[in-house]
Design a protein around this ligand. Structure first.
Ligand SMILES: C[S@@+](CC[C@H](N)C(=O)[O-])C[C@H]1O[C@@H](n2cnc3c(N)ncnc32)[C@H](O)[C@@H]1O
Length: 291
């Protein structure tokens, strides 16, 4: 009996730090997900007036920047082009699958490692840590771990900035068909311990977890024809995200079949074009390390 308890505890501890990325991005899905991350990057930067750095940080010669969960490194690559040349930009991801190939010219140094396990020698190293779009990767306890790790590698006056897509929206009154998609998605997210009200909860975690000057900014990202080009792009990445999560949603039993899922997606898409106003909030949360 005691052996089982030990085994269960070991499993719980292991799963606490295991990646949970719910969006399919291997094999046939790889290129689609890479493209989706590109569209989403463009949408986010357009929404925030082409800003890449939100934290009020001053970067000088020899400073280091880290992009955690860097994916394709699109943010890191663009940041490397706008900061002074002697600022070192690094990207880290648990998977290499999206990393630029060695032949591609990049000023960014890429590392294949998990945010839950950042190297001890990185302590106090980074003036700025960026982390974006981890809502479908981290459970609540994993967010706590990630923030502790990020805090550890920040320099004494360093800043973290997080960018996330808010999930806690209520569209029943205006867009009931889109609301049905959320009602199908949310049980899968809850079953994996993902946080729906991401901006608020992460802001509170940072306030409790050794960060000061914590701020949260929200902007509504339009979804559908009513939003013009940004609205069309909004659908493009959203459809990609739902498509990538289809298997996880079916596994969670939130919808009866793949055909039913596809039908719901089509109906929500038509509704978003017929009824203006559908939007998801993008949240930017910044905080400075308390020494
Ligand atoms: C949705 S993508 C976001 C990529 C990038 N941040 C962006 O904004 O384009 C999530 C990325 O997080 C990575 N990831 C998931 N769990 C991770 C972990 N524990 N440590 C580091 N990276 C992780 C995934 O491999 C994936 O590349």
């Amino acid at each position: 009996m005691s052996l089982d308890v030990h085994r269960d505890l070991a499993l719980a501890e292991k799963s606490k730090n295991e990646p949970l990325y719910a969006i399919a991005s291997d094999g046939d899905h790889l290129e689609a997900e890479r493209k989706r991350l590109g569209v989403l990057h463009k949408s986010i930067t357009n929404l925030f007036d082409n800003k890449l750095i939100f934290a009020p940080v001053t970067l000088t010669k020899g400073d280091h920047i880290l992009d955690c969960g860097t994916g394709t490194g699109i943010w890191a690559n663009q940041v490397a082009k706008v900061v002074p040349g002697d600022v070192v930009v690094e990207g880290a991801d648990i998977s290499r699958r999206f990393f630029p190939s060695p032949g591609e010219n990049s000023a960014v140094i890429f590392h294949n490692l998990s945010t839950f396990d950042l190297p001890t020698e990185w302590e106090n190293r980074f003036k700025l840590v960026n982390q974006r779009l981890m809502i479908a990767c981290f459970s609540r306890p994993q967010w706590e771990t990630a923030l502790q790790q990020i805090r550890r590698v920040l320099s004494p006056d360093g800043w973290v900035q997080l960018v996330e897509v808010q999930q806690k929206h209520e569209f029943s009154a205006t867009h009931p068909k889109y609301q049905r998609l959320l009602d199908m998605l949310h049980p899968m997210m809850r079953s994996r311990g993902f946080i729906l009200d991401i901006g608020l909860e992460v802001e509170e975690m940072m306030q409790r977890g050794g960060f000061q000057n914590v701020t949260r900014t929200r902007r509504a990202m339009p979804i559908g024809e009513w939003g013009g080009e940004p609205g069309r792009e909004g659908w493009a990445w959203l459809v990609g995200a739902y498509g990538g999560m289809k298997d996880a949603i079916l596994q969670a039993g939130a919808v009866e079949s793949g055909e039913e899922f596809d039908r719901m997606m089509r109906e929500a898409f038509e509704e978003s074009n017929e009824i203006p106003g559908l939007a998801h909030d993008m949240e930017v949360i910044c905080g400075q390390k308390v020494v």
